[in-house]
Design a protein around this ligand. Sequence first.
Ligand SMILES: O=C(O)c1ccccc1NCC(=O)[C@H](O)[C@H](O)COP(=O)(O)O
Length: 214
Amino acid sequence: MATTRIKICGINAANALEAAIGAHADFAGFVFYPPSPRALTPREAAPLGERAQGRIKRVGLFVDAEDDLIAEAVAAAGLDALQLHGTEAPGRAAALKARFDLPVWKALPVASSDDIERAKLYREAADLILFDAKTPKGTLPGGMGLRFDWTLLASYRSPIAWGVAGGIGPDNVAEALAITSAPLVDVSSGVESEPGVKDVDKIAAFCKAARNVG
Ligand SMILES: O=C(O)c1ccccc1NCC(=O)[C@H](O)[C@H](O)COP(=O)(O)O
């Protein structure tokens, strides 16, 4: 089995970034979505991006963002990939991939098998599909600690890269990976002490538990 790749999302402080790097996570997620408790402005992300350069890949998370914000964030934080966590259509994902010449990850909210099927729509437009739990209307579209039925992915096969997110933490990441065999796992609130505050010990425990599986 190939090694599971790990993304720690919502990194907004140097200690959390160092914990993710120290625990050999593959990706650090920077959230550029103002309503999030983990949100960064491009200016705030710049020193984190510089610290991360060459040590961990930097993924910028956007929710139906304008090009201007994405351009500022790419320039300030030196992003290595764009994660689209809103209602971006395949055409929008393809346009951003072409404009910024960066890999594009598309997050898809999952509540039923139909939601898994939607991944097919993005095969030409995205480099990675991230299956995340569907959240209630009027709340954040991610980072809520909600999980979906992982058995929906039990026999999932894809020609492009993919990952699983939502309600995963140090105590259940092994179960999530055992059920889904996902090549990538993503976590945010599961490694926090409170919303927006990462816990360095939980980051270490999460990465250790994920690495013990794949
Ligand atoms: O983390 C956020 O605040 C956030 C806000 C808006 C859209 C997406 C967001 N996070 C996306 C992620 O990549 C999370 O890691 C994923 O949703 C899982 O979150 P959690 O259930 O808290 O681990």
